[in-house]
Ligand binder design. Sequence first.
Ligand code: MOS
Length: 742
Amino acid sequence: MFGLGDKNSSNSLVMNTAHPDSLLDKGAQDVIGKPISRIDGPLKVSGHAAYAAEYGLANVAYGFLVGSTVGKGKITELHAEVAREVPGVIDVVVDYKTFLRNSQQGGEKKAPTQGVENVDYVGEPVAIVIAETYEAARDAAERVRLAVEYQEQEGRYSFNAYREEAKKPPYNNIPSHYDQGDVEKALAEAPVTLDRTYTTPSQNSAAMEPHASIASWDDDGRLTLYASLQMLSSDRQQLADALGLKLDKVRLVARYVGGGFGSKLGIAPESVAAAIAAKKLGRPVKVVMARQQVFEATVRRSNTEQRIRLGANADGTLTAIAHETICSNLPGEGYFEPAGQSTHFMYGGKNRLITHDLVELDWMLSGSMRAPGEAVGMLALETAMDELAETLGMDPIELRRRNDPDKDPEKNVPYSSRMLTQCMDKGAELFGWSERREALGDRRGDWFHGIGMAGAGRSNILMKSAAKVTVDGQGHAIVETDMTDIGTGTYTILAQIAAEMLGLPIEDVTVHLGDTDAPPGAGSGGSWGATSSGSSVYLACEALQKQIADKMGVEVGAMTLKDGRVIAENRSVPLAELVGDGINATGQVAPGLQAKLTTQASYGAHFAEVAVNAITGETRVVRMLGVFAAGRILNEKTARSQCLGGMTFGIGAALTEEVVHDPRNGKVVNHDLAEYHVPVNADVPALEVHFLDERDVHANPIHAKGIGELGICGAGAAIANAINNAVGVRMRDYPLTLDKLL
Ligand code: MOS
């Protein structure tokens, strides 16, 4: 089905060197980068785009998960029989071994098996009730939930009570500790120092579409799971592992996904439960999590405590940066919130200490949420930089400019591209930064106004990714990969790349995503989706260009592909005619040496104006502006939407979002969107987004860098800094609510 053996039909690139020329710059369609509306938009607004729970499978049964009511303990009696009180109930499936706790991260190790009857957090699925209707399943599941008997054990439910016990994560995919030079000595000798501690609470991704799965087994024992997932290739492996199946016995389908923000990077309990129940019943089973279950039984972003110490010369040059962080997770879990990730490369300074320690708590599992690490790490770092600027009596932009290194301060390699200073300068000009006044210097009625800024930086990553592109006998192009579109615009940008490369109007490109029967793509995560999957489509099209040139009897460079025609040497042939029955090629990109030879990141600068009420202490964001440089922008409209979404997340992180854990059992108290406050329209003023023109030849053959998570990085810190500029109060405990200000 999928191979890269055939030289004529495949094109594989390992990024070992820079890729100075991109054929996208030579395309004659002029469609790449353009603000084209989502090609899947009409399907979505007309209800024709099927999300996970919307596949109409015959004879489907409905499952509803039963969550634990205790934080830590053992089940002594489950009382499945109470489900029978509800008409329409088919079965209660209890299979602790498999759906107790799936590693959400797809990391190198799995959580240790806790034993069949143990529960590890409130809300952890312990059973699933299956019924003929959703309502019956939910009703019966609630009865079972309240009937389960537990022997409770002592749990650890308070971060502050156990923070002293924080230690190095047991294992990790990225290094948790980094030490360079002598930070303590440098701090002792620095003429100016700052030592501050910031805290951020647990957060929830709160994607619009809840986690949902429909499982269906065929007669050959092959499972098809329609699910709401971000990274199908690794999700497929996780599901196969959880069920003890060979990979080819699992097919995942996720053509449309209503947001994920990290919470759907890995499979969640409902996928495994649906698969087990469907197998047992011999009919398809659909499981849709209630909003409360999304909050309790998927993943949270960990809370963090972050101590930042900075040492600087009188001119603002940093001599020491220490960013020591603590987060929390369940016992035995290795995932930590990498809050110091951007601190490694944002600013210069010879002496550096960046650490991530982990406290074991019996709260729900923590995992990735949009810009895992930087999103909350930069709330601390970018506020600390503002505090240092204040201490120095220096403009915050000037302080950052003076610490803008010309190479990576830790790895001694160049940046692949870096336009942080340009972003700050452009933003300052567009925002009117020069009008910034002293704290309490701008009172308008009951409101104090203030402005603040913050830098943004987010690592750029390339992932192995493959795609097949076909030009059929009618001259239409078809793109196929198991890459997903989680609302980000993947369908559209892949169509733009194929259209540009093949000289086709975008209407003549069809994109098929979200099915593991297609070549394995990068998946949507880590801001690598567009660049990795886009590069694989590019490479497939590059191979097709060679095939087309061969058929035309010319060199690739002597040929122009435009408006569905192949033009060379006074000849103009319709592509459809030239390709006969059709041609196809598969492209695959993979990271290589280049990722080590350069430090790759996207950059930006956030500016915020806030109004703080003199009487109530309430903060309102008045306006925000972001300037971003992320290599080639593939579609100015969808990229802009990514940044708007990121900035909106930043408003939430700064002012409203906080998962509250009950100190008695760790339960998520505010487990719905009424109580967990994501920003609503009234909280989000008109936001402005600008892009700087940039190409990154070291990143990938399409010269683009990640943008999905950039917009959130630093956004909340700009608001915190604006509050300080408005009223001269520094809050370091996010979210910055009025009770903390007064
Ligand atoms: Mo992202 S948190 O890698 O979806």
